[in-house]
Design a protein around this ligand. Structure first.
Ligand code: SF4
Length: 493
């Protein structure tokens, strides 16, 4: 039973961040570590703001948590100091709450009833509660390997070790199947390893979870291009009873604007991957922002990751461009009664660290002699066709502005699955969205081959990847055994 007046006595309190000067001196997570007792008390107070709503919009539905996280339940357990049970209830629906607690833009918070009224003090800081439960669970030894009670004797190959693949692998291993995860890179984790900077999630958080999966019996093979010389399709099909494709959607959206071929204009991932590799000790990064005027095109998560990375690399200036207008939370008229759509127009920790943002602008061209030295941009409006919902970007006025730029990073989204021999070998073609299609049982056109995560959905949130990984595990388990008790929180789109 929740505290019915907690939200009247306490406002929202997000996790405190370390001072900017301190965090720019390292790559560690931006959050300030509090003494355990103080942290537990503060997060307990925040959890106590939850009203245990009759219809908890945070928990499910079209706008809430895709995993169906039992948010009011564990909020109340934290309020009462029962961290062990809170950890148990959190893991009941989420394999990796330490990932979502750090990385998810929290549709649950946008859906929280307390977010609707500015006088209610803001949404419950659900992400903070979630990540703290997860961290406390690890600190106090509540997270243990869950070894399968029986063995099915069936073998499953999971291709890709991002959050969708890992969630599918953990669920299927625990159901008694012999699971091997194949990763083409030299280390495990996919985007979690080489796409997400340390300042958002330190790799030790990923590594401790991988150790749990190993202890449960999941096998891992790195440096293996499935469908190529590493594991030809014929051998894959002969050795495994089912295959799960969790290969992501990493084909970056590009542009053909004038000057795109100038050196110094790169896709965002070409900047982030070597920067993350450098943090892993692989030597200096190949695209370094040090001493450069950096312009980032695109206002989403990936752009913010480039932003924080460029600032830490010692950029001379960092400017992030967004076609959309300034978020309501930063305008004087911020007392809108409705929550801001959580994954557009967000402000990130990186934006406190220097640099600047420009809103409602679009690039016209990249300028330079061999190498980019500036960009030309115009003010724009994003218009929505009321009949079709299609958006278009329309210039406003004639004024063209010029901005110095000797490193330009394109963070304008992803177009789907990269070309890979595995898909050809399986006889699979991509949908017009660049993704792998499947039926309502998550099975592709190739019998016994399933798909989940960004490869199915297109580039999306970590919470959706985990939800799809759990759901595909249910489908594969049913395919192999005839029925499954595993949860399936979402359906294919
Ligand atoms: Fe608690 Fe907000 Fe969910 Fe209501 S919507 S149960 S207040 S977290």
């Amino acid at each position: 039973m929740a505290d019915p007046s907690g939200f009247l006595r306490h406002g929202r309190e997000d996790a405190a961040r370390r001072p900017v000067d301190e965090r720019l001196g390292d790559w560690r997570e931006v959050y300030r570590e509090l003494p355990a007792a103080e942290r537990d008390q503060r997060v307990g107070t925040q959890a106590g703001r939850c009203m245990d709503c009759g219809i908890p919009f945070c928990h499910s539905g079209s706008a809430g948590c895709p995993l169906g996280n039992l948010i009011p339940e564990w909020n109340d357990l934290v309020r009462r100091g029962d961290w062990a049970m809170a950890g148990e209830r959190l893991h009941a629906t989420n394999n990796f709450p330490e990932f979502t607690g750090r990385l998810c833009p929290a549709p649950c918070e946008a859906a929280c009833v307390l977010a609707i009224s500015p006088d209610a003090g803001g949404a419950v800081a659900i992400k903070r509660v979630e990540s703290t439960i997860a961290d406390v669970s690890w600190e106090r030894g509540y997270v243990e390997p869950v070894r399968p009670a029986v063995s099915s004797g069936r073998r499953v190959a999971v291709v890709g070790s991002g959050p969708a693949g890992l969630a599918a692998a953990q669920q299927l291993t625990r159901a008694g199947h012999e699971v091997t995860v194949f990763e083409r890179d030299d280390r495990l984790g996919g985007l979690l390893r080489y796409g997400i900077p340390e300042f958002k999630m330190e790799k030790k958080v990923l590594d401790r979870r991988l150790a749990q999966l190993r202890a449960e019996g999941t096998r891992f093979v790195t440096g293996c291009e499935v469908g190529g010389a590493g594991l030809p399709v014929s051998q894959l099909r002969a050795d495994y009873d089912a295959v799960v494709l969790a290969v992501g959607a990493l084909r970056g959206r590009d542009t053909d604007l004038p000057g795109r071929s100038l050196s110094g204009v790169h896709l965002a991932m070409d900047h982030l991957v070597p920067a993350n590799r450098a943090c892993e000790g692989d030597g200096p990064t190949s695209i370094d922002a040090r001493g450069k005027h950096v312009v980032i095109i695109g206002g989403g998560d990936t752009g913010a990751d480039c932003y924080g990375t460029a600032v830490r690399q010692g950029a001379l200036s960092v400017t992030q461009l967004d076609q959309y207008p300034m978020p309501p939370s930063q305008r004087d008229d911020s007392r809108s009664p409705w929550p801001v759509w959580p994954w557009i127009l967000r402000t990130y920790a990186a934006h406190e660290e220097g640099g600047s943002r420009r809103f409602a602008v679009a690039v016209e061209s990249f300028e330079g002699d061999g190498a980019v030295s500036s960009i030309r941009l115009r003010e724009v409006q994003v218009r929505k066709d009321p009949a079709t919902g299609a958006r278009s970007v329309v210039p406003v006025g004639d004024q063209v502005q010029e901005l110095p730029a000797d490193l330009v990073l394109l963070a304008i989204g992803f177009e789907g699955v990269e070309h890979m021999p595995l898909l050809d070998g399986l006889g699979l073609t991509l949908s017009p969205r660049g993704t792998v299609s499947c039926g309502q049982d998550w099975q592709t056109a190739a019998p016994g081959v399933f798909v989940c995560g960004d490869a199915h959905r297109g580039a999306s949130l970590v919470v959706w990847a985990i939800a799809e990984g759990r759901s595909v595990a249910h489908a594969v388990d049913a395919y192999l055994t005839g029925a499954s008790d595993l949860p399936a929180p979402v359906r294919p789109n």
